[in-house]
Write a protein that binds this ligand. Structure first.
Ligand code: ADP
Ligand code: MG
Length: 334
């Protein structure tokens, strides 16, 4: 039984970044205003996510790490929740516990004391009292220690950390109202203020030069034509960089659909098209773009563990994004 559990877990939890993603989602679901992520050796030795959310009452700790344990019943039917998490429904902690040494420590706000539970390679320990601040701290040590094949598949720690950085950055930018921080081997990578301002989050994550080169995007459907009552794109907002503030990779083109980080070649291409010939060869701008579409028009099930999405109305989405970015650049004389 444990072998089956471990194989299944290895398929769902691909690497440290997938664990980090699940833990951050849980913290956000718990209404956290602060989420502090700290990892060791690219997350392969240790991952810790601490939040100030609603916490887990002592008598629910065991359930939280059990199979199919979710306190979010409504979400099971809710395809609009958690793109890369669809394979996971109430399974994240259980799955991670099968392939690591997991500690869940929590104190709901107002509770007298905290409590913790540990899971080692699927073996669930007893609930014990634990001193801790209000909120929840999840620790994942020695990921894949009992699945050598999966462990061997991991890349260099620098590469694993890059992926974690991308994930945490994605959530930090999508949630400027939440103070998100990331630390690697004891050194802070970034920390956002959580003041609700996107530009301030960009400053924390990418630095001053980039933040100052960003221009505001704000596009709405014009309310005319046959689609006026139910437009295929409801809005495009965010920030894009001056055409001279670029990098040599596409990874700084962050796109969100209905609030969730996604990758979609249609979105990336639309952004690049908007810059026309203004970008130097093989240079890519920074973008943090939020696209709103009717929930039924986006297929998040292309691959349950990937972030790729498809749009029913792809040409309309492309056009709206291209227009939005073009207008933003024009407005700033670019
Ligand atoms: P899911 O998020 O799909 O419900 P998980 O395995 O990720 O499943 O989490 C199991 C349960 O543990 C959640 O439903 C929630 O009740 C609880 N939980 C996990 N992380 C947190 C957290 N950071 N704060 C509060 N509750 C949490
Ligand atoms: Mg979860």
């Amino acid at each position: 039984e444990q072998t089956v559990q471990r194989i299944a877990a290895g398929e769902v939890v691909e690497r440290p970044a997938s664990v980090v993603k699940e833990l951050i989602e849980n913290s956000l679901d718990a209404g956290a205003t602060r989420v502090a992520v700290s990892v060791e050796a690219g997350g392969t030795e240790g991952i810790r996510v601490r939040d100030d959310g609603v916490g887990i009452p002592e008598d629910q700790l065991e359930a939280a790490v059990a199979e199919h344990a979710t306190s979010k019943i409504g979400d099971i039917e809710d395809l609009d929740h958690g793109v890369g998490t669809l394979g996971f429904r109430g399974e994240a902690l259980y799955t991670v516990g099968a392939v690591s040494r997991l500690t869940v420590r929590s104190r709901p706000p107002g509770a007298d004391a905290g409590a913790e539970i540990t899971v080692e390679g699927g073996e669930v320990g007893d609930v014990r009292p634990a001193g801790c601040p209000e909120g929840t701290t999840i620790e994942v040590d020695d990921l894949f220690y009992n699945t050598p094949a999966r462990k061997k598949f991991l890349k260099r720690t620098a590469t694993e950390f890059d992926r974690i950085n991308t994930v945490v950055t994605g959530y930090a930018l999508a949630n400027p109202g939440v103070a998100v921080s990331l630390e690697h081997d004891g050194r802070e990578t970034f920390a956002t203020e959580g003041n609700g301002d996107l530009r301030s989050a960009v400053l924390a994550v990418y630095g001053r030069e980039v933040a100052e080169a960003m221009v505001d995007v704000g596009w709405e459907p014009d309310g005319s034509g046959p689609d006026a009552a139910d437009p295929p794109v409801r809005g495009v907002t965010g920030l894009v960089s001056h055409p001279e503030t670029t990098r040599s990779t596409r990874e700084y083109l962050a796109t969100y659909v209905n609030g969730r980080y996604v990758t979609a070649s249609a979105l990336r291409e639309a952004v690049l098209d908007a810059y026309g010939g203004q970008l130097a060869p093989d240079r890519y701008p920074f973008a943090v773009l939020f696209v709103e579409v009717p929930p039924g028009d986006v297929d998040v099930n292309v691959h349950p563990r990937k972030l790729e999405v498809r749009f029913d109305e792809e040409p309309a989405v492309r056009e709206a994004v291209e227009d939005a970015v073009e207008e933003a650049l024009l407005d700033h004389g670019l």
